[in-house]
Unconditional design. Structure first.
Length: 345
């Protein structure tokens, strides 16, 4: 069985780990776990809070019985800048020289304070007049990256790679060479990332400041619940048009409408830019709030596109996964996508 780096998703509310193996052509579950993130998480500069994070990371790795020290991690999409840009056709060498100047047009922060990364998504083999190439541009604050590196080093881990949440999610969803054009909605605690994948390649992505915490706060306010009670009622009743579910739907309607507006904008962008190509065939929901009962039907009714809940354990036919882990598939999307990096074709 192949030993590879594990995936670590450090969220503001919870941390998730996924460790995969391989038997022949099949992926095998080795370990996965969800544990709470310390209250201040990665946002605090206090040495005490940073030590709490180190201790928490050590604990989840030990509790999950992960023996490798190599890890893939991701940064929340609201902490970084990610954009698909179009450029004239360039060689890799020319692109490495030109990308800094191109980045200045798109990144709102001073570039000396940022770490840049890029990936060519599409480059036409036959160059004609007006030919373009698509490049995924990612910029993260250098101090933030160093903070993660320092914390994980203290926890006894070695970072193999760092990427953004949405790139990990896309990897956890896109299966096979003929995957349909898909609009992905990754619902995190503080933000929701929207991406469109066409021909197995991400062509559009951005994040909005709406997430599961806002939904919980709306429910808590409407029903005079604690946040913990709101989370439980959200999971049980969802937004189904019956009994308490209908009332919860009314409470969080402004949040859902805000999210729906952004999804429709992304859909309209695709229809305009790729009007002569295959339409978006499905919406895939991932993240903890994707488990909200009835939310898939909400998007079907309001966007008119088949909507499904992501479950990477099933989509990739991972062997030996415990049922309770399979049932929680959407919540593991980021960590699973990170763990998949060493098994990409």
């Amino acid at each position: 069985m192949k030993t590879a780096a594990f995936g670590l998703d450090i969220g503001t509310v919870a941390m998730k780990v996924v460790w995969l193996g391989q038997q022949g052509q099949n992926l095998v579950w080795r370990s996965s776990l969800i544990e709470k993130t310390p209250p201040k998480g990665m946002s605090s500069e206090s040495p005490f809070d940073q030590e709490a994070m180190v201790t928490a990371v050590r604990k989840i790795v030990n509790d999950a019985k992960i023996t490798t020290r190599n890890v893939h991690i991701s940064l929340a999409d609201n902490q970084v800048f990610t954009k698909v840009i179009e450029m004239p056709i360039l060689s890799d060498k020319e692109l490495s020289s030109a990308i800094y100047w191109e980045a200045e047009q798109y990144i709102p922060s001073p570039l000396p304070n940022m770490t840049l990364d890029w990936r060519v998504l599409r480059r036409d083999k036959e160059i004609t007049s007006g030919s373009k190439m698509q490049v995924l541009l990612v910029a993260a604050p250098t101090l933030l990256i160093k903070k993660y590196q320092r914390m994980l080093e203290l926890a006894g881990l070695s970072i193999d790679t760092i990427e953004t949440d949405i790139l990990s999610v896309v990897r956890s969803i896109v299966v096979g060479k003929n995957f349909p054009t898909t609009l992905i909605i990754n619902m995190g605690n503080h933000n929701t990332s929207i991406a469109i994948v066409k021909e197995n390649t991400i062509i559009f992505t951005y994040a909005i400041p709406v997430g599961g915490i806002a939904i919980n706060q709306a429910i808590a306010t409407s029903f005079n619940f604690t946040i913990e009670q709101a989370e439980e009622y959200k999971k049980v009743y969802g937004i189904a048009d019956q009994s308490l579910g209908g009332k919860i739907g009314k409470a969080i309607e402004p949040i859902l409408i805000s999210l729906l507006t952004e999804v429709k904008k992304a859909h309209a962008f695709y229809d305009e830019k790729y009007k002569n190509e295959s339409p978006i065939g499905q919406i895939v929901l991932s993240g903890g709030s994707a488990k909200l009962p009835g939310i898939d039907l909400f998007f079907v009714r309001n966007v008119g596109i088949e909507t499904v809940i992501s479950n990477p354990w099933k989509m990739f036919k991972v062997m030996n996964v415990p049922k309770e882990i399979i049932d929680n598939g959407a919540e593991f999307s980021v960590a699973f996508g990170l763990a998949m990096k060493d098994y990409e074709q």
